[in-house]
Write a protein that binds this ligand. Structure first.
Ligand SMILES: O=C(O)CCC(=O)C(=O)O
Length: 304
């Protein structure tokens, strides 16, 4: 007879499983943790603005920076272009980014196997694979030499189809799944999970992905973590990698973005190109691009 599935509270071994939610406290081996930290030391995260010239703030809102610097792998979803949100928000939203470094590619292969073994087939779309990663840095913003805690995320949903996996490094964070807030009333907490250093969380399915929202309520300070990369205006005490799936036909190269989107994110791509051969090549490819309606030489097409 098959063993009954364990549900509910976390076991002594740091595992917890509910239908659609899986937590493993000790997922990341020490050697892989070192490799991930070494990779982090080499990136220069972007601190993006929420809006841009062609996608300005809606009435009543003003321009603001995101709460934290970020990095993306697989494809970059620039905040000003709007995050991937099918069925309507799919065009010009996912810009081809660097491939996963070897250590993350290896971890992702393990995670995908877990998803296929533990999630119901109806919750794993055809072609699903974790080809996108948002790297969120949590910590203190340094404002005029003063540290201001910016380690939280408000309630939201991730709209990429299928299960989302989240790998945490550094201080533990309290993640809550909540019912959506209504008429000024905060949502009710349906499940909360401390995400420890080295842990893996996977969530998917109708309840955790489609109905509940999630938020990072707070990030501890007790471990005294100070994580790479070093930045002049931010001290990082937690890094979270959320792995998601974007269908390949919705991922576009920088040079193929619409003109307005391309113009709005060009500055970011130029900054990324300083340290990233991938974005250097993408920038060069965009400068070789023949605009629609132009002859291959770059001269406008004219009727003879
Ligand atoms: O930091 C986390 O654990 C969650 C991040 C998150 O909610 C997101 O990237 O959508």
């Amino acid at each position: 007879m098959p063993a009954p599935r364990r549900r509910g509270p976390e076991s002594a071994a740091g595992r917890r499983e509910d239908a659609g939610h899986l937590y493993e406290r000790d997922f990341l081996a020490p050697r892989d943790r070192e490799l991930v930290l070494a990779w982090l030391s080499g990136i220069e995260p972007l601190w993006e603005d929420r809006f841009s010239e062609h996608f300005p703030p809606p009435p009543g809102q003003s321009q603001r920076r995101l709460l934290r610097p970020v990095w993306w792998l697989g494809n970059w979803q620039f905040a000003c272009l709007g995050y991937y949100r099918p069925p309507r928000g799919t065009r010009d939203r996912c810009v081809r980014a660097e491939a996963f470094p070897e250590v993350l590619a290896r971890l992702v292969a393990r995670i995908e196997r877990k998803v296929h073994a533990r999630f119901a087939p109806r919750d794993v779309p055809t072609g699903w694979r974790l080809n996108t990663c948002l790297v969120n840095l949590y910590g203190d913003r340094i404002d005029d030499g003063r540290a201001v805690d910016a380690a939280r995320v408000g309630e939201h949903r991730d709209f990429e189809p299928g299960p989302v996996a989240s790998l945490s490094i550094g201080e533990r964070a309290l993640l809550q799944f909540v019912t959506p807030s209504r008429a000024g009333e905060r949502g009710r907490v349906a499940l909360e999970q401390w995400l420890d250093d080295g842990s893996l969380q996977i969530f998917g399915g109708e309840r955790f992905k489609d109905r509940l929202f999630h938020r990072v309520q707070r990030v501890d300070r007790r471990g005294g973590f100070d994580l790479p990369p070093s930045m002049p205006d931010f001290r990082t005490r937690r890094v979270n990698f959320t792995f998601r799936f974007v269908p390949e036909h919705h991922v576009v190269r920088f040079r193929d973005l619409g003109a307005e989107a391309r113009s709005d994110v060009r500055g970011y791509v130029e900054r990324l190109a300083v340290g990233s051969p991938h974005f250097r090549e993408e920038l060069a490819a965009a400068s070789r691009r023949v605009p629609p309606g132009a002859a291959p030489s770059g001269r406008p097409l004219t009727r003879s």
